[in-house]
Write a protein that binds this ligand. Structure first.
Ligand code: C2E
Ligand code: CA
Ligand code: CA
Length: 855
């Protein structure tokens, strides 16, 4: 600060005062030279020249890695002590110093003042010691040397002490280790410098012209030494480059680690204060910068086109930037990326065949020459190594990423990115091992296959992704979600306390999934069935828990209950299924346990019974009536459905022909399973059944559910077309429960549409279903289809169906399914064409009012 520089000025003034005192009234107040070597002006001119030269071209010596500046000022000082009076010598020195510090270096006043005062004082002290010791002895010889030695050492000591004093004034601390080593270094070089001074002086005393060759030799030696230092630098640099290229082989190839390692090497090899690695990345650059003092910093910034980096990147050529050498050494250059610097070398770093970045070294460390063309070439060599190192690091990074993604791929589902079965098993095993308690849940979307087949795989995939997302979001960190394949998802819920907790999570999932999904312009209502098993109650290993969750899930699907917790009774259900499956095959062979019931279907306009639907029944000797939904499902699973269909066709057609022979002009409806459509014997079976009973093909309707048609639309189209060509009627059963649109079904050779009972049975109370039923009827009619409503259970429903223009109805209101004998009686007891005239309580009262507003 100002105070310190003021103190330095005061200190300098004290030195000047002391010097003036010594020279005027003190022991140095003499105008006598010790020995006249040459005329005073010549000597003064020579001394001014020498003083200036040694100050302007100091020798920088490295001693134990430290740089020390050596001034060879002993030579002019000793010459002056002998050849001129102390006053003249001090004045000479002051003039030379003024020229160096004031004019050439333009130091600040206090610095320049101190340097001048210290130089003057130093000179005076040398004289003060030299003269008494020499006394009247000869300059050349032991006395002369001893006096010279003492004087020069004293001058050096004073110089060090005064500099130390100034440091104190500035409160600069000094690294003592550094101070010690540089003191030893400078002492050693002082000895050499003093010896040189003796040689010059002795020669001058003998013959003044001898100074000329000596100075020349000294200059040559200094020059040679500087060259040596340069060479030494280069050699050191080469050595380090070699070390660098070897060490980068073992540097951790983690990419930024490599960047820092390269920069460390740049500082060491290029001996600069700063090193920067700037890697381009589109419009931005990532910049690693290493500063010898300030350490590391890392930034990302937009690439400014005016910067050195942009220039080097664009030109692809190395650049050396040096400020013009002005009177105070290097002039400063500025760059918006690097700020101010004195000089710099910048080289492009290529990686993978293009310029990936720029390596920059800025500002030589103190004591080293400014960066030169030679350094640029060295730097280019270094950058080439750096480039290949970075390239290698990049490749290793790529390999690492690839390996990572491979292992990710191996453990994740590629569609939803959820963990796959492998990883799920790992998680599940770990959670069971960790907590001992874990729930495993399996979740399967209902009727996903239909979405896939009707709306396409693309939509199916998007639906799965949407479901996956919802699952992950809703479970959060309560559970891990995985996709096991298809539309099957699994959860492991670690550390569950009890079933409620697991069921709670599944209820949340159920709610999340059931929100409508908007995909490709279609809105889907998704439901899922889930089964849960709990460890350790239901099993102590993943395999058992998974199997039991699967059983529970099947149970949920069958019961359409959404979520089921595993219970041992499910195993019972499973066993029953297996058992029934085996027994169904036997029942089919013997034929005495299976029978058919017939449910009448009436024309709404006339009330006439136009057909009956054959419904299969299985009376099991132990289990009693097995519900058709259950045994039909079992038959489908066990591949027995074609035999059931064959039985129904045979039995149904024979019953129909009996009814027809009895005078009832009615037709028959038979249910087909989806599997029947793939059965090559289906058409011959039907033909056999018809011909065996002398029936025409148009008496027989075949009902296929919309879902089953969709399972293999191409095959369905083909088989249904063939059947249609035979004259059979084709009906779509359970219409409205699937995803197909009428427009889609239009491409099939259909005759009838059976509206599912789940819509029909509540049209009186459910406005939405009423709208669906009405619009379905209208649309089916526009496609030329006959519409049958199933599940009409009361007269209001019937009248509404009639109002909507529905053609036929089937339902408990008309009749439950009937055994053949009951059917015969039921048909006989009904006055066939009279019911439009029936009283108001009659189920078909409303048909009379078709077209009128009776409802
Ligand atoms: P489906 O083809 O939709 O048959 C109509 C079902 O609705 C019959 O049940 C019938 O009893 C019932 N139903 C009729 N009117 C009403 C009503 O007003 N209210 C109510 N709630 N239900 C009514 P069922 O006989 O239990 O048959 C169930 C399902 O089993 C059938 O549904 C059909 O999909 C299948 N099925 C029955 N027999 C056969 C068969 O021979 N072959 C094939 N492949 N499937 C069959
Ligand atoms: Ca049916
Ligand atoms: Ca149906």
């Amino acid at each position: 600060g100002l105070a310190a520089s003021a103190r330095v000025l005061i200190f300098s003034a004290v030195l000047v005062g002391a010097t003036v005192l010594l020279l005027t009234v003190g022991p140095l107040s003499t105008d006598q030279a010790i020995r006249r070597i040459a005329p005073v002006p010549v000597v003064v001119a020579l001394l001014v020249g020498l003083f200036m030269a040694v100050n302007l071209a100091p020798l920088s010596v490295r001693f134990r890695g430290r740089v020390t500046l050596i001034l060879l000022e002993e030579t002019p000082l000793l010459l002056g002590l002998v050849a001129v009076s102390p006053l003249v010598l001090v004045m000479t020195r002051v003039v030379a110093d003024l020229a160096v510090f004031g004019v050439v270096r333009r130091q600040a006043i206090y610095k320049c003042g101190f340097n001048l005062a210290s130089g003057a004082m130093r000179t005076a002290i040398a004289a003060l010691i030299y003269r008494p010791i020499l006394d009247s002895h000869g300059v050349v010889g032991p006395y002369g040397w001893a006096a010279g030695w003492a004087a020069l050492v004293a001058a050096t000591l004073f110089s060090n002490i005064s500099i130390g004093a100034v440091r104190l004034l500035f409160r600069q601390r000094r690294d003592t280790k550094y101070a010690a080593s540089s003191l030893i270094g400078s002492a050693l070089f002082s000895v050499a410098s003093i010896v040189l001074a003796f040689v010059v002086l002795d020669a001058a005393v003998l013959e003044v012209w001898a100074i000329a060759p000596l100075v020349l030799v000294a200059v040559l030696i200094v020059y040679a030494y500087r060259q040596y230092l340069l060479l030494d630098d280069r050699f050191g640099a080469l050595q380090q480059l070699y070390d660098f290229s070897r060490s980068v082989g073992v540097i951790s190839l983690e990419s930024t680690g490599t960047g820092w390692a390269i920069l460390e090497q740049v500082l060491a090899v290029m001996r600069t204060r700063r090193a920067e690695l700037v890697m381009s990345d589109g419009p931005h650059v990532h910049r690693l910068s290493l500063h010898a003092q300030a350490g590391r910093s890392r930034t990302t910034e937009p690439l400014d086109q005016s910067t050195l980096v942009a220039h080097v990147m664009a030109m692809g050529e190395a650049e050396l930037i040096t400020g013009r050498t002005g009177p105070r050494g290097q002039e400063v250059v500025a760059d918006s990326l690097f700020g101010e610097f004195e000089n710099a070398v910048a080289v492009p770093v290529s990686s993978g065949g293009h310029i990936a970045g720029v390596l920059v070294a800025l500002d030589r460390a103190a004591g080293f020459e400014a960066l030169s063309e030679d350094d640029l070439r060295l730097f280019e060599a270094l950058a080439a190594h750096a480039g290949s190192t970075l390239e290698r690091a990049r490749l290793v990074e790529e390999l690492r990423l690839e390996a990572e993604s491979k292992s990710h791929q191996a453990t994740h589902d590629s569609l939803t990115d959820l963990p796959n079965r492998t990883l799920f098993l790992e998680y599940a095993t770990a959670s069971i091992a960790e907590t001992g308690r874990a729930a495993i849940a399996l979740l399967d979307l209902d009727r996903f296959k239909e979405v896939n087949d009707t709306l396409g795989h693309g939509t199916g995939d998007r639906l799965l992704c949407e479901v996956a997302e919802r699952l992950v979001r809703v479970v959060g960190d309560r559970a891990s979600v995985a996709r096991l394949g298809g539309d099957e998802f699994a959860l492991v819920i670690p550390g569950v306390i009890g079933p409620e907790e697991a069921i709670g999570i599944l209820r949340d999932i159920e709610a999340a999934i059931s929100r409508p999904v908007h995909l490709d312009g279609v809105t889907l209502a998704i439901t899922a069935s889930a089964g849960v098993s709990l460890g350790p109650e239901h099993g102590d290993n993943v395999a058992t828990l998974l199997q039991r969750a699967d059983i529970a899930m099947y149970h949920a699907k069958e019961r359409r209950s959404g979520i089921e917790l595993y219970s041992a009774s499910h195993d019972g259900a499973r066993q029953r299924k297996l058992l029934l499956g085996g027994q169904l095959a036997q029942a089919l062979s013997s034929g005495d346990q299976l029978s058919l019931m017939y449910q009448p279907i009436a024309e709404l306009a006339t009330g006439r019974i136009v057909r009956v639907e054959a419904l299969a029944r299985w009376y099991h000797p132990d289990h009693g009536q097995v519900p058709p939904d259950e045994f039909i499902h079992i038959a489908e699973q066990m591949g027995l459905i074609s035999r059931i269909t064959e039985f129904v066709l045979r039995e149904g057609c024979s019953q129909l022909s009996k009814l027809r022979r009895a005078g009832f002009d009615i037709d028959l409806s038979v249910n087909l399973s989806g599997q029947d459509l793939g059965d090559p014997t289906l058409v011959p079976k039907i033909a056999n059944a018809l011909s065996a009973n002398e029936l025409l093909a148009r008496c027989l309707s075949l009902e296929v559910t919309e879902t089953e048609v969709m399972e293999d639309i191409a095959q369905a189209k083909e088989v249904l077309a063939e059947l249609g060509n035979l004259g059979l009627r084709i009906a779509v059963d359970d219409y409205g429960t699937g995803y197909s649109s009428l427009a889609y079904l239009q491409s099939l050779p259909l005759d009838e549409l059976k509206l599912d009972r789940s819509f029909v049975s509540n049209i009186a109370t459910n406005q939405g279903n009423w709208i669906i039923v009405r619009s379905s009827i209208a649309m089916a009619h526009s496609l030329g289809l006959l519409v049958v409503a199933e599940g009409a259970e009361d007269d209001l429903t019937c009248s509404m169906l009639a109002q909507a223009g529905c053609d036929e109805m089937q339902g408990y209101y008309l009749s439950r399914p009937l055994a053949p004998a009951d059917l015969m009686r039921w048909l006989s007891s009904r006055p066939k064409l009279t019911f439009p005239e029936q009283p108001a309580s009659h189920p078909l009262r409303v048909v009379a009012g078709r077209g009128h507003d009776l409802v």
